[in-house]
Design a protein around this ligand. Structure first.
Ligand SMILES: [Zn+2]
Length: 174
């Protein structure tokens, strides 16, 4: 079961830099390289140790993370930024791209104006602005930082843990 638990790794500055498996997180803590920031209900029991498994850990020493200022814009990367869910209704099905401000009305194809959207919402919105269609984005469309959470291993970051949220918000987007 421990293998299934994913742990958000924060830099010393509390910036999220990685997601790893619980086994690796525990090893880093035992080596004195990281401390527990958030735990969930999981208990780890061995003959020597009893402790609650972390879901967020923080490195005790700052790690320099390579950055690129610009995240390359592409359909695949918009899907990645938006977690492969419709940014109006949250559906993971039949996804396409939506121009928040429609192309026909001068909207541009940029990070700030394009979101992942299901076909239903796309059809419902049509040639209108979200306000006109009485639709709301789940979160603002922003240009992601190249090394922010969206760019980490998609397998590890699928369905983020609730307790990760406040750390991701801190550094989300630009
Ligand atoms: Zn939708």
């Amino acid at each position: 079961m421990i293998e299934a638990v994913r742990v958000l790794v924060l830099n010393q500055t509390y910036e999220p830099i990685n997601v790893c498996g619980a086994r690796r997180a525990v090893r880093m803590m035992l080596l004195g390289k990281a401390e527990t920031i958030e735990v969930d209900g999981f208990m780890v029991r061995s003959e020597r140790l009893n402790f609650r498994l972390p879901v967020v850990i923080r490195l005790l020493h700052y790690v320099r993370v390579p950055r690129k200022a610009e995240a390359p814009f592409s359909k695949k990367n918009v899907f990645r930024r938006d977690g492969h869910t419709c940014q109006y209704c949250g559906s993971p099905n039949e996804l396409t791209l939506d121009h928040i401000s429609p192309l026909s009305r001068g909207g541009r194809t940029t990070w700030e104006n394009v979101v992942c959207c299901c076909r239903k919402c796309n059809a419902r919105k049509g040639n209108r602005l979200p306000e006109e269609a009485e639709m709301r984005l789940l979160r603002p469309a922003r240009k992601p930082r190249y090394y922010s959470f969206e760019w980490m291993n998609p397998r590890m970051t699928a369905s983020p843990h609730l307790r990760w949220e406040k750390y991701l918000d801190l550094f989300g987007g630009s």
